[in-house]
Design a protein around this ligand. Structure first.
Ligand code: ZN
Length: 668
């Protein structure tokens, strides 16, 4: 391309005019030569002593779109060259985006001196000699951006030059010369005369430079010193800068930004995810809406990235993300893009490839809506298409993500089971819910029956947690009890959507009895009011001597909790007995629990293998209840594994509790 430009320079020379390459091409070329870099050179601008009127007649293909500024565009074999006459400019008082007047000047020197920065005021003749009147080459050596002449005047005549300075920082990695920076600080308020699209355009170029982090830092420093600069930008609604400058940890944000490769910095969605990486999601989301540069699709993508920045490598976490990929985003390409963004910006890598290789989108399932309809007709479940077809497909997709059985048959079966449970809940006035460890494991609580802590003791868990052991060795009992039941971390566990679902049934006006084998107290925490804790609760303890009750905090604070009730001059001081039912202790509320089945319309069992007697007799009673035929009674079980008592239930679902109940809730 330079060779073509050279024919223009030579032709002007042959006609007796001086002509030079000028500006960015020379600067970048010099920079590459000095610093061994490879900055792209896009345009070869030319400046000449020939008047504009002469230039436009000298070449075959000339465009006059720059006539106002006396710049002709000469085309050679498809390449364009801006050819300008030597010119001087004058600006109106108070600054302007463009010169008030452009006039021809006699010498290259005068033309060079009107330019913004020394590094941009380099010219090269046809022989390759550099003309450098203002120390531009030296500045490139020193990697600095220095305004030509009086910086104050330069910026007050054309305020956009201030943003150009930062843009050059970003593209070249140079530092702004102190005196030049002073000029920027002094004239910051003049940015307000620039239309916001122009500010936006400069800022966008700045953000996509290789050294954008450096430019942001430089800008930030000015902002901190001089509020007017910041304020002027803000007035132009460049909200993301405010967000970047205002983020909780600007340096952390810059560090992330710095690590991005140049290609990644060019991606606007990555850029914005980074800028808002430290911001509050709600606020970022709102500000993104006002973004001037991004399409709605890009904004939505950034929102999804920010919302899921803490994505865990689990199927549940991925499912939450997939739910947000709606409409045109509901495809693997967008998922890959979002995961890439989360990785690049937040260093959070979704590491479980096994999950990612599953069918994650409807189009990746081995069957479609037609197959669903055909199968449902064959099973005599449906006769015609409807929105249920889409719901079955969605369910299959979710099972696939979660790593569960998603064959057409089992999904269809589950869909109607879920529907049946929802319908039956609607019709029921009284509901008995019976739960085991499975409902709490979804809160992260280990199943105590399979607790490994016990193996560090020389007795079996049953022996340690027995009434006789407690009675004989209460001082040894307490440390073992606290270890097995993980008291140290127990405060971190809270009720989950399963417990919440049960509690919410009361809000629907149902009379609910909860019978639970769990000792974690989470049904009560979720808000259920009628709970039979048949194995007691670890949240309480009492004094076997005087009967005083103690709460969880008290038990946790003391290694071996003792009764502190005053007695004479001292305290009772008896070692407390835990609130759980020990082996050899009788279970609680057994007959009340059985009795609750007499009048109930629905029996819902969740998360128990029904191995523990005698309470598993509830299931047997549900099967053989003599009053059964006189009411709408139905029994349902949701448990991941098969149980020996599955035959006692009308509907059996071998699935996760949280997800199944979420689906039931959608149908209520
Ligand atoms: Zn006592």
């Amino acid at each position: 391309m330079k060779t073509k430009g050279l024919t223009i320079v030579n032709k002007l020379n042959q006609h007796g005019y001086d002509a030079y390459f000028i500006g960015g091409s020379i600067r970048n070329n010099k920079h590459n030569e000095i610093h061994g870099d490879n900055l792209a050179i896009k345009d070869y601008d030319i400046v000449t002593s020939a008047p504009y009127e002469v230039i436009i007649t000298m070449f075959e293909q000339v465009e006059t779109r720059g006539e106002q500024f006396k710049v002709a565009v000469v085309k050679i074999d498809g390449d364009e060259f801006e050819v300008a006459q030597y010119r001087g400019e004058s600006y109106p008082e108070g600054g302007s985006l463009r010169p008030e007047e452009v006039h021809r000047v006699d010498s290259l020197d005068e033309d060079l001196l009107r330019r913004d920065f020394a590094m941009n005021a380099l010219a090269e003749d046809s022989e390759g000699n550099i003309i450098d009147k203002v120390g531009g080459v030296n500045d490139i050596h020193l990697q600095r951006i220095r305004a030509i002449g009086d910086a104050d005047r330069r910026f007050s005549e054309d305020p956009l030059r201030m943003l150009r300075a930062f843009r050059f920082v970003s593209q070249l990695g140079y530092t702004i010369y102190p005196k030049t920076l002073e000029g920027i600080e002094k004239n910051g308020d003049k940015l307000s005369i620039i239309p916001h699209e122009r500010v936006a355009g400069e800022v966008e170029k700045m953000l996509s430079g290789k050294y954008a982090h450096k430019a942001l830092k430089a800008m930030y420093d000015v902002v901190m010193d001089d509020f007017t600069f910041y304020n002027s930008i803000y007035k132009e609604q460049v909200n993301f800068l405010e967000s970047a400058f205002d983020c909780a940890d600007f340096d952390e944000m810059l560090l992330r930004f710095e690590k991005l490769s140049p290609d990644e910095k060019q991606s606007r969605t990555i850029l914005y995810s980074t800028l808002y990486s430290e911001s509050d999601f709600e606020r970022a989301s709102k500000e993104l809406e006002d973004s001037l540069f991004m399409s709605m699709d890009e904004i939505d993508l950034v929102r999804i990235v920010l919302k899921h920045k803490n994505l865990e490598s689990t199927p549940e976490s991925l499912l939450e993300l997939l739910k947000d990929l709606k409409g045109k985003f509901d495809n693997r390409k967008t998922l890959d893009e979002v995961l890439n963004h989360i990785n690049v910006v937040f260093g959070n890598h979704f590491s479980d490839m096994k999950i990612l290789n599953r069918p994650l989108f409807k189009s990746e399932l081995p069957f479609d809506g037609n197959d669903v309809l055909a199968k449902a007709v064959e099973y005599e479940l449906e006769t015609k298409p409807g929105k249920w077809v889409g719901e079955v497909i969605s369910l299959a997709r979710e099972y696939s993500v979660l790593g569960q059985d998603f064959t057409l048959e089992s999904t269809l079966n589950m869909y109607y089971n879920i529907k049946e449970l929802a319908e039956h809940i609607k019709q029921s006035k009284k509901i008995v819910v019976f739960t085991g460890a499975g409902i709490s494991t979804e809160s992260g609580i280990p199943d105590f029956r399979s607790s490994t802590g016990v193996w560090t003791y020389d007795r079996s868990r049953e022996a340690l947690m027995s009434l006789s052991y407690f009675n004989g060795n209460p001082k040894k009992f307490w440390p073992a009890y606290k270890d097995i039941f993980k008291f140290k971390i127990f405060g971190d566990y809270h009720s989950n959507s399963g417990h919440q679902f049960v509690a919410d049934l009361e809000k629907l006006g149902k009379k609910v009895t909860v019978v639970t084998q769990n000792v974690d107290g989470l049904h009560t925490e979720a808000g259920s009011t009628n709970v039979y804790e048949v194995h007691g609760t670890m949240k309480k303890a009492h004094c076997p001597k005087c009967g005083t009750e103690y709460d969880f905090d008290y038990i946790r604070e003391h290694d071996i909790p003792r009764c502190n009730r005053p007695k004479g001059d001292a305290t009772c001081n008896f070692i407390l007995k835990p609130g759980i039912v020990l082996f050899e202790d009788a279970i609680k509320f057994y007959y009340e629990s059985l009795g609750s089945l007499d009048t109930t319309d629905l029996f819902l069992v969740m998360g128990t293998s029904l191995n523990v007697g005698p309470i598993n007799q509830l299931a047997v009673k549900a099967k053989h209840d003599p009053y059964k035929d006189s009411k709408i009674f139905k029994a349902f079980i949701i448990n991941r594994e098969e149980t020996a008592l599955d035959y006692c239930f009308d509907v059996v679902m071998h699935r996760g509790i949280g997800h199944t109940l979420e689906k039931v809730k959608e149908m209520l």
